[in-house]
Design a binder for this molecule. Structure first.
Ligand SMILES: Cc1cc2nc3c(=O)[nH]c(=O)nc-3n(C[C@H](O)[C@H](O)[C@H](O)COP(=O)(O)OP(=O)(O)OC[C@H]3O[C@@H](n4cnc5c(N)ncnc54)[C@H](O)[C@@H]3O)c2cc1C
Length: 384
């Protein structure tokens, strides 16, 4: 069995100077956000905030300048991402586009797709959603039944995508679907990715799904013989599986995989101020130590991505450990502070606790479930 190495990420002086700039920007930009708002983590949606991020040059940071990017390092981008998440900034209007749709187009998109779409992402004006999951195809993505058929006028798409976060507010979707045949021996064959214009695709309908917390983030997106141009194909027809697997390494390893309950940790520390409890001190110490280790592992994956490696196994480990950590925080908080979770409470601790309790179950589902990640890890360890 091979060792799984998480090499020490390199020190980057420029990145630390940037951290102070980002903190000053955030202190001004989001000073009106309440603790409850901040506990939305990456689900907060605010186009003005994303435009302000774009204007500072903090989106598309690593991309070539000719596409609106800034040719900075993955570590500088990491600093911007972790600072915005730790502060509870409303990042979603640029989140998917900056993290994974843009990099996918940069790698596989046509020149026309890159020129049309990437500058808008870097400016913080173009919003993306992910069209992967279907009612009968979540973990088993290769079971996708949505089908694209090539015609003379364009691709005709029929099928249903589900759990499509912020589809109702997105400009584009990257759709994963079947465009050809597969076989029992190669179920992943015959799949492709498409760039879907969410504002101008006849035959596409977006319907809301309300989540456990009563919020409208999810949608069902239905395609009924929907027509998209021939130029909407991303990359090579039939290579959708290989393309999408590369996208998942970007999706699974960032600081968003262990910072979702950071606002609750902040409120917990505030609630325990002045406490003489040894148990409280030990618990806060343990949470901090876990955070430091997770950050170190995640930065190591960022270094591998920067070096052009494919750290899918490492990313799965970070996401699994991160989700386990994030989900443990509400239970620890409830043990240390005697208070009822209540979204309407005037106590920041109670309101944030309620929001985190309602959202935490989803953290080990989104971006790949715990069981699927552990299957990937077991394979990486040579156990299956
Ligand atoms: C907050 C959130 C946001 C999301 N946003 C999006 C989005 O924007 N776009 C999008 O396309 N999707 C999105 N999803 C969907 C997400 O990708 C799926 O929920 C996930 O892939 C699991 O698929 P499923 O829900 O169909 O569950 P299933 O795949 O049906 O799994 C059900 C259960 O069975 C287990 N299981 C399944 N297969 C195996 C196996 N082989 N071995 C062991 N156990 C197994 C799973 O771990 C899980 O516990 C989002 C989900 C959440 C919670």
């Amino acid at each position: 069995m091979d060792m799984i190495r998480f090499a020490n990420p390199p020190v980057h002086d420029g990145a630390e100077a940037l951290r102070h700039e980002v903190r000053a920007f955030l202190a001004e930009q989001i000073k009106g956000r309440t603790p409850l708002d901040r506990s939305e983590s990456w689900n907060g949606f605010d186009r003005d905030f994303s435009r302000a991020m774009g204007a500072r040059g903090w989106l598309g940071m690593t991309w070539p300048k000719r596409y609106g990017g800034h040719e900075r390092s993955a570590f500088e981008r990491y600093v911007v991402v972790e600072e915005t998440l730790a502060a509870g900034a409303p990042v979603f209007a640029h989140w998917i586009a900056d993290r994974q749709s843009g990099p996918t187009l940069l790698k596989f998109g046509t020149e026309e797709q890159r020129e049309t779409v990437l500058p808008g992402i870097a400016a913080g004006v173009t919003t993306f959603c992910i069209g992967m999951s279907e009612p009968d195809s979540g973990s088993d993505l290769a079971a996708t039944r949505t089908r694209a058929i090539r015609t003379n006028e364009g691709w005709r798409i029929t099928g249903t995508k589900i759990w499509t976060t912020y589809a109702h507010r997105s400009d584009y979707m990257i759709l994963f679907c079947r465009s050809g045949d597969s076989s029992p021996a190669d179920r992943q064959a015959g799949t492709s990715q498409f760039l879907i214009d969410m504002k101008a695709t006849p035959g596409m309908t977006v319907r809301p799904i309300i989540n456990l917390a009563g919020q409208h983030h999810f949608n069902e997106v239905h395609f009924e013989d929907a027509l998209v141009p021939l130029g909407a194909l991303i990359g090579t027809e039939g290579q959708g599986w290989a393309q999408v697997m590369g996208e998942l390494a970007f999706e699974r390893s960032g600081p968003e995989r262990f910072l979702s309950s950071i606002q609750l940790i902040v409120e917990l520390i505030r609630a325990l101020e002045g406490s003489e409890s040894d148990a409280a001190r030990a618990a806060i110490g343990r949470l901090t130590a876990h955070l430091i280790v997770l950050r170190r592992l995640s930065r190591s994956v960022a270094a591998m991505l920067e070096a052009g490696e494919n750290p899918s196994l490492h990313a799965a480990i970070v996401k699994d450990l991160g989700a386990t950590f994030e989900q443990s925080v509400p239970e620890i908080a409830r043990t240390l502070v005697d208070a009822e979770p209540d979204l309407a409470s005037t106590s920041a601790f109670c309101a944030v606790l309620a929001n985190i309790v309602l959202n935490a179950p989803s953290w080990s589902l989104r971006g790949g479930t715990r069981e699927i990640l552990r299957g990937i890890i077991a394979r990486g360890l040579g156990l299956r």
